[in-house]
Design a protein around this ligand. Sequence first.
Ligand code: GLN
Length: 480
Amino acid sequence: MHLHDLTIKSFGEGLLRKEFSALEITQAYLNYIADKDREVGAYLNLHGMEAIRSAEAVDVAISEGRRIGPIAGVPVALKDNMLVDGSRTTAGSKILENYISSYDATVTKKLKEGGAVVLGKTNMDEFAMGSSTENSAFQITRNPYDPKRVPGGSSGGSAAAVAANIALAALGSDTGGSIRQPAAFCGVVGLKPTYGAVSRHGLIAMSSSLDQIGPITRTVEDAAILFKAISGKDEFDSTSVDTDYDDVINPDLDDLKNLKIGLPKEYFISGLDKKVSDGMDLAIAKLKSLGLKFEEISLPNTKYALSVYYIIMPAEVSTNLARFDGIRYARIPDLEIKNLKDLYLKNRGLGFGAEARRRILLGTFVLSSGYYDAYYAKAQKVRTLIKRDFDEAFKKVDVVLTPVTPTPAFKIGEKTADPMQMYLSDIFTIPANLAGLPAISIPVKKYSLADKELPIGFQLIGKYFREKDILGLGQYYEKL
Ligand code: GLN
C-alpha cells in the first residue's frame, strides 16, 4: 500500500478487508509528514498523540465487530481557523499565537464522531485573508508541484497537504475562493458548499455572510463523502440548514445527462492565461463526450463582484476582528503595558499583520457614518443584482462552468507588493460566495507530482443545495 494511491474510498475498503489497520496508516502519515513537510511547510501544528489514540479506537471498534462509518480512521488535516478542544488555533495570526481552543468546532465534532483522525492544523493566510498563504504570520507553504510557487490561499496548507500526500483529506474555509483557488493551484478537488450547508460554529469568522467550510480531497468522490459527513443543521449556527445529502455519492449518470451546462461569456475573457483556456477546452470536450449539452449564458454584473466583495468583506472583517483585544482569547507575551488603552494598542498593533490592518481600516471606513450608504448599503444592492444574474441563468441551465483562476500557481513573492494583483486572483470564485451558491474546483486532468506540470482546475457552480449536481458531474468527469 502506498499513501500516494489512497483515497477515502479505497482506505475504507482496505480497512474493512483488513489489508492494514487505521493505526498503521496514521503512523505512516505521521512518519511521512516528519520528512516531507520540511519541504512543503503545510502544517502549523501536529496532533500526533491524539491522532494515534483516535486510530486505535477505530481499530478496536473493527476488532469488536462494530459498524464503522465512511470516514472512520481517515487521516485529515484541518485549516488552523477551526477549533479543536484543548489545542492551539492561531488562524495564522500572531495575535492568536497562544490561543488554546476551549471547545470543538461543529465540523471537528462531526469528524471525531465519525472516527476521523485529525493529524494536525494547517497553515493559512492570517484570518483567511489572502490568496497565497504568504500572509501567514508563521511560515511559507510551498506548492508541491513547484517549490518556488505558492500553493494558493487562504487554505494553502490544507491543499498542499493533500497534494503532497501528507494528509488523505483536509478541510478548508472559503470566503471568496479560499478552498477552490488553492485546490486548483495544487491539483486537488475543493468544494465550497452552499451557504448554510455546513455549520460555521467554531470557525474563526472572517466575513460571516460569506464564510463556508468545505472539503479538500484527492477525488470528487472523496469530497462527496467528506461533505456529507460534515454537513447538516446545527443549533449553534442559525444559518445552517437541514438538507438531505444522501444522493451526493454514486450519482446516476442518466439523471446527470439531462443537466445543461452554462458557459458565462464574462468568464471566458481574452486575458485568460493560455494554459487555463486550454484546460477549459479540455474540460468542456470531456463533458461533451458524456453527452452533456452546453449553452452560452451571461452574468452581466460579474464585473462588479470584486468591488462589492472588497466592501462587504472588510466591513464584516472589521467587526469580526474587533473581539481580539488582547484580553480575551490570547495576548502577546512579555509586553510592557501602562494602561488599558496601551494594552489594546500594543496587542492589536503588534498582533495583526499588514493585510489584516489594511482590511480593518477599509472596513471601518466603509461602515463609518456618512459613507455607509455610499459604500456598504450600495454594495449590498449590487450583491443582490449578482445573485439575480445567477437566478436568471439557472432558469436556462442547471450548472455553470468557469475557470477557477486566471493563471496557474504564481511564484512566491510575485504578488506580495501589489494587493490589487493578489485580489484579482479570486475574480472567478468570489461571485459564488456573494450569491451563496455551491461551487467546486476540479483538476482538468490527472496530475502527477513527478511530471511537475502546473495543475489547472475548472469550476462548476450549482443551484442552491444542489451539491449533488456538481459533485455528480465531477464524479463522472474523473472516471473518464
Ligand atoms: N483571497 C480572498 C481574500 O483574500 C478570499 C479569501 C477567502 O476565501 N478566505 O479575501
